[in-house]
Design a protein around this ligand. Structure first.
Ligand code: HSE
Length: 414
């Protein structure tokens, strides 16, 4: 029996984890794929003189591209310049590509999937969302009979780790971020984690797959956790909420509402208990109801688990594309509804020397509100949660309120 030859492009955290996992479980992997497999090339510009795999290294992508034995390549260099070029060239030659590169899939997924299909190979990206959590395959295979109504997820391990450490360990934002970087969770440029771009890319991938049209990152309202303070976390904990960076797409009669932003999540919602680097994604289908997927959302071994699973699937499906893994490109965002037209409840924290005397005005503006108590509340501060109102209306009311107080924070509820 011939041996399927694999190429690894990028030997960073995920790439090295993939190679290590492949050889650790090679016997099982071959049994499950029904094929003998081996890694022939590892492409990286850096030198790894002490690596046990040093005979496989090349700095030249052309060695892989020109090798007729290679049937599957794993792209783990990230970004959308070199990775895009390499992926297009490999797919055009009929070589299946698997990737953990969420940025590339979020921006070029429709085009690359189409290219793979035209060349009877596959473009797989299970590792691009949720680290080791099986979510891409369940979405287009196990849930294929459903019309999807909602996707709500904690999609970034770094920010979830930071928010958890801040409230439970009373660690500063900067210290928690440094820990996440040390543990290999954060992006090379951690602003992509903190400001929500990474979660946004992952939401785009899930949404495109679930709703059949490419949702580009610029179609999604995106804000990160930079402004969240320990004060906010303590206020909302008193009211029975945790703050999580949530990627959310709701299907409404008018279209899709897509956001990535910090949200208060009630302790009654299982997403509120998802802590540290863990991610969770709740998919609501018209037949299945709510299905929850949970696991390690970042890190070397967890992400390698998904990459190697894709390699196995790609080897099993040589010369046959997986029909259900697809979506159409979209040239405009008319299927996306302005997020501020959706009804939402928000948490508001304000400061004013006369804070308590503003309760009457707040109630007049919003109707019934929940004022949130806090132990050792800072003098002159007030926090409350509004009822569900269209967000445009909320902003108008907050503009009126800001004539009397400094509105320091507005965080939406899930
Ligand atoms: N920086 C990402 C995260 C890595 O923290 O979730 C996994 O995609």
């Amino acid at each position: 029996m011939s041996v399927s030859k694999i190429a690894i492009i990028g030997f960073g955290t995920v790439g090295s984890g993939t190679v290590e996992l492949f050889y650790k479980n090679k016997d099982l992997i071959e049994k499950r794929s029904g094929r003998q497999m081996d890694i022939k090339w590892i492409c990286d510009l850096r030198d790894f003189p002490n690596s046990q795999f040093k005979d496989k290294f090349t700095k030249n992508f052309e060695d892989i591209y020109n090798d007729p034995e290679i049937t599957v390549a794993a792209e783990m260099i990230g970004g959308k310049t070199l990775a895009y070029e390499f992926t297009k060239r490999l797919l055009s030659r009929g070589v299946s590509v698997v990737t953990s590169n969420k940025e590339l899939v979020a921006y070029h997924g429709a085009e690359l999937i189409k290219l793979a299909k035209e060349n009877r190979c596959n473009y797989f990206f299970e590792a691009s969302v949720g680290g080791g959590i099986p979510i891409i395959r369940p979405l287009h295979q196990c849930l294929a009979a459903n019309r999807i109504e909602r996707i709500a997820g904690i999609l970034n391990g770094t920010t979830n780790y930071i928010l958890t450490k801040m409230i439970f360990d009373q660690v500063s934002f900067e210290q928690a971020l440094a820990d996440a970087q040390r543990l290999g969770y954060a992006e090379q440029d951690p602003t992509a984690d903190i400001d929500g771009a990474d979660a946004c890319r992952k939401l785009c991938i899930l949404g495109s797959l679930a709703f059949g049209k490419h949702i580009y990152p610029e179609y999604v309202h995106c804000s990160g956790i930079r402004n969240i303070t320990l004060d906010d976390l303590e206020y909302v904990a008193n009211a029975g909420y945790a703050v999580k960076l949530i990627g959310l797409i709701d299907k409404t009669d008018k279209g899709l509402v897509a956001t990535v932003c910090p949200r208060l999540v009630s302790v009654n919602n299982p997403l509120s208990g998802v802590n540290d680097v863990y991610n969770a994604i709740m998919i609501r289908g018209d037949s299945v109801g709510d299905a929850l997927f949970y696991g390690r959302g970042a890190g070397k071994q967890a992400t390698a688990s998904a990459v190697v699973a894709d390699i196995i699937d790609a080897v099993k499906h040589e010369n046959a594309d997986i029909a259900s893994l697809t979506w159409e490109d979209s040239s405009d965002r008319s299927f996306i509804v302005p997020y501020k037209s959706a009804e939402v409840r928000v948490y508001v924290r304000l400061s004013s020397p006369e804070a308590d005397s503003l309760k009457g005005l707040i109630t007049t503006l919003f109707g019934y509100v929940d004022f949130i108590p806090r132990k050792h509340r800072t003098q002159g501060e007030l926090a409350f949660i509004t009822p569900a109102i269209e967000e445009y209306q909320i902003d108008k009311k907050l503009a009126l309120l800001s004539e009397h107080a400094d509105v320091m924070r507005k965080i939406r509820l899930l």
